[in-house]
Design a protein around this ligand. Structure first.
Ligand code: T4K
Length: 369
């Protein structure tokens, strides 16, 4: 099978060399040396004041929302075109997601539709830089200031991306990243909250480690969401190769564009101006194509290509939310339209140009029928 993605891994020897330190120290978790080194390196790489590491991206998001301590039942404006983690993090904090439609160009939140969703209960906006497309950070910032709302970017897909030369980690009140195996940069599982200053750092550290300040002082009812030393070691190794990783992906991305741009009914995301991409996903929307998205998906699968329907269904249509006291609005026609037509094609650094050609050849053949 050709999977939608494969993890990027350092040479086995390189990882062994890094984890030798863990064997010697017998310090496996609880903010050991590897954790502290990775945290510092990421602060430099992502160009933000503070990074707080987590065991995964989801708990980073859930924790930063918790850190902001919104009243129960407050409303949070977010997108329905995302992974389960985004709405679940909101709902698990006792808050109500209000779904804003997306724009048809890059599938991020449609900023023209945010203000009409704001009520006296709205406390925050959680936009997603979906597929690494950057949200309209300037307009979102202006709206947030006007209504005194917090902005937490779900930047799970956006590691390393810059907009106008500025790291995406610097926008909003906080951004979260996922370092899951399937991401451009991975720590096996992992994640981080990136912050413009240290105002939430203590609270986040409490949330990820039971509120333990020291052996005799437990100052908050926190949980356990610490990144362990093996995860951090993987991150230290992978960070050394991140530029190479992204340039390999760019070559594959460009080949997809070259091979698919003339195929009728295949719509690709237009690259945004002033964005330095990480080429994390390759979404394609089948609109006016010779057959449906599901037919294309099935033919690819029969040919050993395991593409994915990220993000179908919309999170607002999840079964788990059917009976939820959802006063929230679900009228998001653009998101629905895109989610019914989108496929993300395989993209990872070890994919070969030959494999991209094979995938594009199949799509072209179906399209010419
Ligand atoms: N916010 C957003 C917008 C997100 O997309 C995500 C996660 C999060 C927040 C939360 O971050 P984390 O808590 O996950 O750090 C995958 C990933 O598990 C998930 O991280 C990611 N988004 C989501 C978009 O994709 P699944 O359920 O599709 O994963 P799975 O297991 O089907 O893997 C996809 C493909 O990757 C497989 O077909 C083969 C390949 N694979 C996967 C794993 C786990 C490998 O080759 N090796 C592996 O170890 O969710």
């Amino acid at each position: 099978m050709i999977y939608v993605t494969r993890p990027s891994m350092p040479d086995f020897e390189e990882y062994c060399e890094e984890i030798k330190k863990i064997w010697n120290s017998k310090w496996l978790t609880n903010m050991g040396e590897e954790h502290e080194v990775l945290q510092k390196k990421l602060e430099e790489y992502l160009g933000c004041s503070d990074v707080v590491l987590f065991v995964n991206g989801h708990l980073a998001l859930e924790s930063v929302i918790a850190a902001m301590n919104f009243p129960d039942g407050s409303e949070v404006i977010t997108t329905p075109f995302t992974f389960a983690s985004t709405p679940h993090a909101i709902v698990r904090n006792g808050l109500i997601p209000v779904f804003c439609d997306i724009n048809p160009e890059n599938y991020t939140m449609d900023v023209d539709k945010i203000e009409e969703l704001i009520t006296e209960k709205t406390v925050a906006i959680v936009p997603v830089h979906v597929y690494g497309n950057v949200c309209d950070v300037e307009r979102i910032d202006a709206i947030a200031k006007k209504y005194n709302l917090k902005v937490i970017y779900d930047a799970a897909h956006a590691f390393s991306i810059k907009y106008k030369g500025v790291s995406v980690a610097r926008f909003g009140d906080a951004s979260i990243f996922s370092f899951h195996a399937t991401k451009v940069f991975n720590t096996i599982e992992g994640g981080a909250v990136c912050l413009p200053d240290d105002s939430y750092v203590d609270t986040l550290n409490n949330l990820k480690n039971y509120g333990i300040r020291d052996e005799e002082n437990i100052v908050a009812v926190g949980g356990n969401a610490k990144m362990n030393e093996f995860q951090a070691a993987m991150g230290i190794c992978n960070l050394k190769h991140i530029d190479e990783e992204i340039s390999k992906r760019k070559v594959l991305h460009d080949r997809y564009v070259e091979r698919l741009e003339t195929v009728q009914g295949v719509k690709m995301c237009k690259l945004q101006k002033e964005v330095e991409y990480n080429y994390s996903y390759f979404p394609v929307v089948f609109d006016g194509f010779s057959c449906s998205r599901d037919d294309v998906f099935d033919v690819l699968y029969e040919n050993g290509i395991c593409a994915r329907k990220y993000f179908y269904p919309l999170v607002s249509d999840y079964q788990c939310y059917n009976n939820y006291q959802m006063s929230f609005q679900k009228n998001t026609p653009v998101a629905k339209y895109i989610s019914e037509r989108v496929i993300t094609l395989p993209l990872y650094s070890e994919l070969s140009l030959g494999e991209v050609d094979k995938i594009c050849g199949i799509i072209t053949r179906i399209g010419s029928k």
